[in-house]
Ligand binder design. Structure first.
Ligand code: F6P
Length: 303
């Protein structure tokens, strides 16, 4: 929108492979929220001689890219990047594996205090609409209960699991919760915990804090000492895993090929072990949620 360019020559991109984040900078700006947002983009594309836009991001970024293509004929290709892994049409998005790795390591470290102090440890991870990080890190870290937006458990169900473990002599538990999960009580009361009522340009509320409310409730109902750790942006930073670096590299190469082939309005996607071009419309039409089978598998180990 601002025509603020950084030429990505060899010097500029040399050495970025092991870095997290983005050398370009990012924001939650929605050009379609600005009165002349799309027009400014079109003007800049023309004035700066931009042949194609390679949009790298999640549902918001790629949703904007799709509208620029559909409504304004901008030559776009998409690359799926979000730690949430909730884009349809691709098995994985890059960033996700690193977030799962960080969350798993945190759970492993929290096990130490949980076990030595006989405490219930609640770990809140990111995941706005889908519980991918919670399920994968919970499975990898041996969580005793996992609460995600897709498959609600009541607060009392979680307390029952904690008590079931205590009856088996396990006086500690690890509970993983997605920031986007609602709290539900058997009485039917439901609560969405947010940090602020403000919404961003895409209408998203700022999540965070569900773990704290859950921890207080577990302590109130069971009487067991309960602590919470909110991982927050720790999950989004630092050194990417080898798997994420390889996936991002493969997606990057595919994106360049797609530009060469003129495959506009398409996104690079991982299907099995193949990187393919799929319509952007398919990727953003609905969230890719955790399949019931995977959640049930994790559930086998609850309590
Ligand atoms: O959309 C990716 C994500 O990491 C979500 O999991 C999380 O809710 C959100 O971004 C946090 O956004 P921000 O950094 O703008 O607070």
């Amino acid at each position: 929108m601002e025509g603020d360019l950084v030429p990505l020559n060899l010097e500029r991109v040399s050495g970025i492979l092991p870095l997290g984040g983005t050398i370009l900078g990012t924001s939650r700006t929605n050009p379609f929220k600005e009165p002349d947002g799309a027009e400014r983009i079109l003007r800049n594309i023309g004035a700066l001689g931009i042949d194609a836009v390679v949009a790298i991001g999640g549902e918001d970024t790629l949703g904007v890219a799709l509208r620029l293509y559909d409504e304004h004929g901008v030559k776009v290709v998409g690359i799926p990047k979000t730690i949430d892994n909730d884009l349809s049409g691709t098995d994985y998005t890059f960033g996700f594996d690193t977030a799962v790795h960080v969350a798993t390591e945190a759970i492993d470290r929290l096990h130490t205090t949980a076990e030595s102090h006989n405490r219930v440890m609640v770990v809140e991870v990111m995941g706005r609409h889908a519980g991918w990080i919670a399920v994968m890190a919970g499975l990898a870290g041996g969580a005793d209960a996992i609460l995600i937006p897709e498959y609600p458990l009541t607060v009392e169900d979680i307390c029952d699991l904690v008590q079931k473990r205590a009856a088996r002599g396990k006086r500690f538990s690890i509970i993983v919760v997605s920031e986007g999960a609602n709290l539900i009580w058997r009485s039917g009361v439901e609560q969405t915990v947010t940090q602020s009522a403000e919404t961003d340009d895409f209408g998203h509320i700022r999540l965070g804090g569900v773990g704290s409310v859950l921890a207080k409730e577990i302590e109130r109902i069971t009487g067991y000492e309960t602590r919470v750790t909110i991982l927050g942006h720790v999950q989004r930073g630092g050194t990417p895993t080898a798997r994420d670096r390889v996936l991002a590299t493969r997606f990057g190469i595919k994106g360049a090929e797609m530009v060469q082939n003129g495959q506009w309005g398409m996104m690079a996607a991982l299907r099995g072990d193949a990187v393919e071009a799929i319509p952007l419309a398919e990727a953003v039409k609905e969230y890719k949620l955790v399949p019931r089978g995977l959640y049930e598998l994790a559930r086998t180990f609850f309590g």
